[in-house]
Design a binder for this molecule. Structure first.
Ligand SMILES: NC(=O)c1ccc[n+]([C@@H]2O[C@H](COP(=O)([O-])OP(=O)(O)OC[C@H]3O[C@@H](n4cnc5c(N)ncnc54)[C@H](OP(=O)(O)O)[C@@H]3O)[C@@H](O)[C@H]2O)c1
Length: 320
């Protein structure tokens, strides 16, 4: 029987449970995909940690979320096994990348056909399954901050899944890239076209020393107070600071807030439109998907423990 991994209650990764379920059926406008790799993202553990529930308690209660736990796994890659009656352009047997999707921590997943992009032949399953959430987020952030040729952009959290995408895409767009990371990830960031700096006390001075002519834009993939404070100190124009973390301080500072929370711009159209080019770049090798570790599907909890520790350079991926 096919398996699915779901949280059974709010809590830490030990609430993740593998259960057996029938192969799902495709909706008329959807497909069924046999999953070969599912990307792990912080949103997956945030969904069942209770952090969103606590923030938005009334709404969640009204929506009955506490009674019915969220499915997790917002991206994957695999092989199409069924196509809905109204779907054109996707066939059984196609190798595809699927995002956005829910419940991708599974052997089979259903998705709207609009979530499917062809997997480039040269791209590995693990890389394909973990490209899109981070990649589309990075595209959105760089777009929001207006990053392009001639810019010097500060990328906070440069060694994370989103950061490694942001670093490469900003460099490819012709920007000079300064990226924050711990020392052990500096060589990787240099390889990908960035000048690394260590985060922590003194960050603003280290960035100034690296970019004596100044920083023109900042993208915050770390979500820390330091990332906000240093961005505000170094970038004169607040419209050129974008953050993937929402917080009252960020909202009050007037920086661009990206995501799905209150006051954040979800960038749905920009993110959807970016998928084709991201696949093409990753397939040609122009964009590297750095996979840190793969785990068997049944070890999703272990993957989340590693993710929660907060220092995986690149993507964590589940392999059914
Ligand atoms: N709003 C949105 O649409 C959206 C979309 C995607 C992700 N997100 C959020 O964005 C954040 C990053 O996502 P991700 O997938 O890139 O996470 P990730 O891959 O788990 O990020 C891990 C990286 O964070 C770095 N890091 C840890 N502490 C840091 C600090 N104080 N300063 C700078 N870097 C630090 C680590 O680098 P070192 O090992 O070098 O310390 C590590 O490589 C998460 O909070 C996620 O929920 C938001």
């Amino acid at each position: 029987m096919p398996r699915i991994v779901r949280p059974t209650s709010y809590g830490s990764p030990d609430v993740l449970t593998t259960t057996e379920v029938p192969v799902p059926k495709a909706a008329a406008d959807g497909v069924v995909v046999e999953v070969r790799a599912a990307g792990v993202n912080p949103i997956d553990w945030k969904l069942y940690s209770g952090s969103f529930h606590a923030v938005d308690d009334d709404h969640k209660d009204a929506a009955g979320i506490a009674a019915s736990m969220p499915a997790i796994g917002l991206e994957c890659a695999g092989v199409v096994t069924e196509v809905g009656a109204d779907v054109t352009g996707v066939r059984v047997g196609d190798e595809v990348i699927v995002h956005p999707v829910t419940a991708a921590y599974a052997d089979y997943v259903t998705a709207p056909a609009t979530s499917v992009v062809a997997k480039p032949a040269g791209l590995g399953w693990a890389e394909a399954g973990s490209l899109m959430l981070a990649g589309t987020t990075a595209v959105h952030a760089l777009h929001a901050a207006g990053v392009g040729a001639g810019d010097t952009v500060l990328v906070h959290g440069g060694a994370g899944g989103v950061g490694l995408m942001g670093v490469q895409l900003a460099a490819a767009a012709g920007a000079a890239v300064i990226a924050t990371a711990s020392e052990r990830n500096h060589a990787l960031l240099r390889e990908l076209g960035a000048t690394p700096v260590a985060y922590g006390p003194g960050l603003a001075d280290r960035v100034r020393a690296t970019a004596p002519r100044g920083v023109t834009a900042a993208v915050d993939f770390a979500g820390t107070d330091e990332a906000l404070d240093v961005s505000l100190e170094l970038v004169a124009d607040r419209d050129r600071i974008a953050s993937i973390a929402g917080s009252p301080r960020r909202a009050a500072a007037g920086v661009k807030l990206l995501g799905y929370g209150p006051g954040q711009d979800a960038g749905t159209a920009i993110r959807a439109a970016a998928r084709g080019e991201l696949a093409e770049r990753a397939g040609s090798g122009a964009l590297r998907v750095v996979v840190d570790t793969t785990f068997p599907l049944a070890e999703a909890a272990k993957a989340h423990e590693v993710g929660l520790a907060g220092h995986a350079p690149g993507k964590l991926v589940l392999i059914p």
